[in-house]
Design a protein. Sequence first.
Length: 276
Amino acid sequence: MEIKITEDWVLSHRHARASNGYKHRFGHVLVIGGSPGFYGSVLLTAESALRSGCGLVSVLAEEAVRQALLVRVPEAMTIAWSTWRSIDFSKFQSIGPGLGQGTEALEILQLVLSLTNVPVVIDAGGLNLMAANPNLFDLLKDSTILTPHLGEFARMYGSSFDKQDSENTLAQAKAWIAERAGVLVLKGAPSHVLCLDGICYVNTTGNDGMASAGSGDVLTGMIAGIAAQGYSNDDAACLGIYLHGLAGDSYTQKKSKASLVASDIIEHLGNTKLLD
């Protein structure tokens, strides 16, 4: 069964924000990552999570990333990477790992998947770790949200994955997630959200200008920020990809698609207003 994600769908699934709410009521996102050469991904994820309506964001990263956060996202709190073994992951409503490929990153991902029942949004670095260590797929839970593009999903699926035939691609992805747990957000044009109940949601927003570095990091932060506010994983994923695309479309109403970069998506999130 396929359902299109439209503005009417969003309006019928959004939660009314509590007028007397406080920051802890709107959820606390933990962003993990910042491997060398990819510091920007953590900054984009943290800022987009905050711009999606959650109350608090903490970032577990190395010192260089934490210093950059003070300039780019001063609202985010920071946690020293060296302290990760003492973190109580259960106090965070949503966790968005953006990890490297080292031994510590693998240990953190194993720990997060094993010990938490809160929404865990796994993006590029985490997805590549899982592809290289398939035993991690056994740790997936209903609270897990995977966000691969076709190349990342091909590595997760294996050599028999067909990226050329879009209809077969979707069928393979549906079968893959049905044998596991969680929600699969297959990024593309259009993006799809595949759920365990067999429903496939099809996004109706976005444009080719969003095929740009960092766009996926923004989406990860948005989904994590929305999930932290008490939405189901299915709804958080659907709302995230719709509003992500809508913000990109808002930019192109006045400027060219060719000039669109990930930071522009964050800047235009305020124009969407559908979660108010």
